[in-house]
Design a protein around this ligand. Structure first.
Ligand code: ARG
Length: 459
């Protein structure tokens, strides 16, 4: 229907556009279960506090369960005219139970209602994210344990640096995802305060019991300031920030898997289940899941930035801008869960190619540091001098297109006369990794100790 004052000139068009820009039901219907849980807790509290009758509360609470089953069964007709999930549910409740439905919104506003719904939704996602990270960590631990002593090149600048173990490399990601896990845990603890009963912004004159609804909804306590309770979206931002860091880790790992699965590297073979072929090149087996993880996580960073932008200019308390919080978080959550599951699947299924790893580990003068360390230890040379002597030997090997262990003792002695034959013992990659026993080093025994420790945490 058109506006009373200028309806003659404006037909239905602007109304439809207003409706389109205003409505959130297209996406906030994902919070139906949370909305109904919040309303049921609120109704029970209103009755307990003597604000509505027990029989009205009963009708409301039962009616809401009917609405929920209609929504879950796909038998609910969402209306854009009713704007959002809150009004859609309430209108349906009214149709089902009549007059008592109108008493549900006593001492409450859509402002505290939406904050409550959204918090409950984000809290579920935090739990899901923690589950996904744990599962991925378990898959990494299995890989690390199997290959605790398999050698591979360690890189800096993506240039061969020093040999490390496969287990050590896997455990580096376990450390990263372990921090992600603790960030999600931490965010969950901080966010777990109930906004319900903050009402529009100032609280309410009804004798409500916010502690009761907080407890019923699994919150630790009610939020202490009503203005803050309805205008806080920190909880969503912390979820996005922690998700962004986790996603960044997923993307780094995805990038490594793309490189490692190439014909030039052959470090890993990804399973058929997590690869795709080419419609033209018959030989192709592409790491699409890894590539899509790498690409999709950009959406999570985008959501984090978008919500910061939405919030940064808002005066207290609620502004309709805040309705723009949900789509970003929904999309980020969906993509995070998908990326975690895809990475877990790839890691579980992938085969590390032990021979390729070992062959690559020895190339590129990867034991040059071991040679320098030997000069320090055996000849009591200052490290800087040892570095210089080793550099000359590397240059010699490079000019002959051979590796350090391929040089003869005479070659070595031509650079430094005091070098003896037992230098060759440290030039092997296995000796190299086995010697790195410092705490947190790549020696297999260190790796196994870290695997055991993390199994105690997530195993
Ligand atoms: N759909 C709204 C949102 O998502 C609910 C809150 C509306 N509150 C208001 N004062 N208009 O934010």
């Amino acid at each position: 229907t058109s506006n009373q004052m200028w309806g003659g000139r404006f037909a239905a068009g602007p109304d439809a556009i207003m409706e389109a820009i205003n409505a959130s039901i297209g996406y906030d219907q994902r919070m139906a279960a949370q909305d109904i849980a919040g309303s049921r807790a609120h109704a029970a509290m209103l009755a307990k506090s003597g604000i509505i009758t027990d029989s009205d509360a009963k009708a409301i609470r039962e009616g809401l369960l009917t609405v929920l089953s209609e929504i879950e069964g796909g038998r609910f007709e969402f209306s854009t005219a009713l704007e959002d999930i809150h009004m859609n549910v309430e209108a349906r409740l009214k149709a089902l139970i009549g007059e008592p439905a109108g008493r549900l919104h006593t001492g409450r506003s859509r402002n505290d209602q939406v904050a409550t719904d959204f918090k409950l939704w984000v809290r579920d996602q935090l739990d899901a994210a923690m589950g996904g990270v744990r599962a991925l960590m378990q898959a990494l631990l299995t890989q690390a344990e199997a290959g605790a002593d398999w050698v591979m090149p360690g890189f800096t600048h993506l240039q061969t640096a020093q040999p490390v173990t496969w287990g050590h490399h896997m455990m580096a990601y376990v450390e990263m995802f372990g921090r992600d896990l603790s960030r999600f845990e931490d965010a969950r603890k901080r966010m777990n305060e109930s906004p319900l009963g903050a009402a529009a912004l100032a609280g309410t004159s009804f004798p409500i019991d916010r502690h009761m609804t907080a407890e019923a909804l699994g919150f630790d306590r009610p939020a202490a300031n009503s203005l803050d309770a309805v205008s806080d979206r920190d909880f969503a931002l912390e979820f996005l920030a922690a998700s962004s860091i986790c996603a960044m880790h997923l993307s780094r790992f995805a990038e490594e898997l793309v490189i490692w699965s190439s014909a030039q590297f052959r470090f890993v073979t990804l399973s058929d289940r997590f690869s795709t072929g080419s419609s033209i090149m018959p030989q192709k087996k592409n790491p699409d899941a890894a590539e899509l993880i790498r690409a999709k996580i950009g959406r999570i960073f985008g959501a984090n930035t978008a919500l910061l932008m939405v919030m940064k200019g808002l005066p207290l308390a609620y502004s309709k801008d805040m309705q723009e919080d949900k789509e970003q978080v929904f999309d980020a959550a969906d993509n995070l869960m998908l990326a975690l599951a895809a990475m877990e699947g790839m890691v579980k299924d992938m085969t590390a190619n032990r021979e390729s790893l070992e062959a690559a580990a020895g190339s590129g003068f990867s034991t040059a540091t071991d040679l320098a360390d030997w000069l320090v230890r055996a000849l009591n040379m200052p490290f800087r001098d040892a570095h210089h002597v080793t550099g000359s030997l590397v240059a010699m090997a490079e000019s002959r297109s051979c590796d350090l262990p391929d040089l003869t003792l005479e070659d070595m002695q031509s650079v430094h006369a005091a070098i003896t034959a037992d230098v060759f013992e440290v030039l092997g990659v296995h000796n190299s990794v086995a010697s790195r026993v410092s705490f947190g080093g790549t020696a297999p025994e260190q790796v196994r100790a870290q695997v055991a420790r993390w199994k105690g945490v997530v195993g």
